[in-house]
Design a protein around this ligand. Structure first.
Ligand code: PEP
Ligand code: MN
Length: 343
């Protein structure tokens, strides 16, 4: 259920609604949009019905939300959300297009810095890189852990690029958050509910990748776990789903971008590297992502993909980046977006 405040409602009137809901044992989440403030209610809907919220000063409407996800739904928050990352406040949202790029895994300081410089030259405004790698095989490189986080922080100091990095274990959330500007939850952990609650409690933006076998609704329910802990700085990431097709690693579900945008106010980015699993597909899939209204893309780059410890087959090298940079600079303005770098 959401309480829609009238555009002229005062802070005191909003506080009074929150107090009445909390006194009745419910939880209230206040979202201040551009045009109006909305209070989302979580708890026993029947009990809220008896509170006469509609009769309170400053209340314009009380709406029951039928979707099982509430705080992340468009019904709850009709204005699209912009998430700001890092000290530079790099935007990810409806007015901009954000390129996030970097190595799949942090391997050493030199490789990470080189990849970051390549990413920056191609127009990236955020650096990606995994220090904790969720690998299908327990014998594969699992990441450098805290040493990798330190390398990312050093490269951030050197380049100014805020850092997005994955956390795979709820016990590591505080540690990863102490280094990172944005926490990534990977496809294999989308339904790890204790991890979702932990990243929801830590006060840093979160990139939530879609589970490779999850529906869009399940993805939004996972986002709701994060939001319900008070963190609405969530960016959804479509990274391909499992289908019968074997030519690509996964099938990029391009329709998930506009579908998620109609169901949720959260920004949606696309990962053309992990979905295709092939570097020759990264630029065409990036163009497709821009065309369907993605708010950004997250792309693997590596100075020497042949020797990459993880995912070399999909990593772009310097020679490939010109086409990516061109797409990212030239296409979004045709759709009314400016590159996040200039924002
Ligand atoms: C990654 O981005 O490094 C990654 C492991 O992605 P995914 O969770 O989408 O496989
Ligand atoms: Mn990878």
């Amino acid at each position: 259920m959401v309480v829609v405040m009238s555009p002229s409602a005062t802070d005191e009137q909003v506080d009074a609604v929150v107090a009445r809901v909390e006194d009745a044992g419910g939880e209230a989440f206040v979202s201040r949009g551009v045009s109006r403030t909305i209070v989302g209610l979580v708890g026993d809907v029947e009990r809220f019905g008896a509170l006469d919220l509609r009769g309170m000063l400053g209340v314009s409407d009380v709406v029951r939300i039928s979707a099982p996800y509430k705080l992340v739904s468009r019904q709850h928050h009709p204005d699209m959300t912009t998430v700001y990352v890092g000290q530079r406040r790099v935007p990810i949202g409806p007015d901009t297009f954000t390129l996030i790029a970097g190595p799949c895994a942090v391997e050493n300081p030199g490789q990470t810095l080189e990849a970051a410089l390549m990413a920056q030259a191609a127009g990236a405004s955020l650096l990606r890189g995994g220090a904790y790698k969720p690998r299908t095989s327990p014998y594969a490189f699992q990441g450098l852990g805290e040493e990798g986080l330190r390398i990312l922080a050093d490269v951030r100091s050197e380049t100014g690029l805020p850092v997005v990095t994955e956390v795979v274990d709820a016990d590591d959330v505080d540690l990863v958050a102490s280094y990172a500007d944005m926490l990534q939850v990977g496809t294999r952990n989308m339904a790890n509910f204790s991890l979702l609650q932990a990243v929801g409690s830590v006060g840093k933006p979160v990139m939530l990748k879609r589970g490779m076998s999850s529906t869009i609704e399940e993805w939004l329910m996972a986002a709701e776990y994060i939001a319900q802990r008070g963190n609405l700085d969530i960016v959804l990431c479509e990274r391909g789903i499992r289908t019968f097709e074997t030519a690509t690693r996964n099938t990029l579900d391009i329709s998930a971008v506009p579908v998620a945008h109609t169901m949720s106010h959260l920004p949606v980015v696309v990962d053309p590297s992990h979905s295709g699993g092939r570097k020759d597909l990264v630029v065409p899939l990036s163009r497709a992502a821009i065309a369907v209204g993605a708010d950004g893309i997250i792309v693997d780059v590596h100075p020497e993909p042949e020797s990459a410890l993880v995912d070399g087959a999909q990593a772009l090298v310097n020679g490939d980046l010109r086409a990516l940079a061109q797409a990212v600079l030239q296409l979004p303005p045709l759709l009314g977006r400016r590159p996040a770098l200039e924002a």
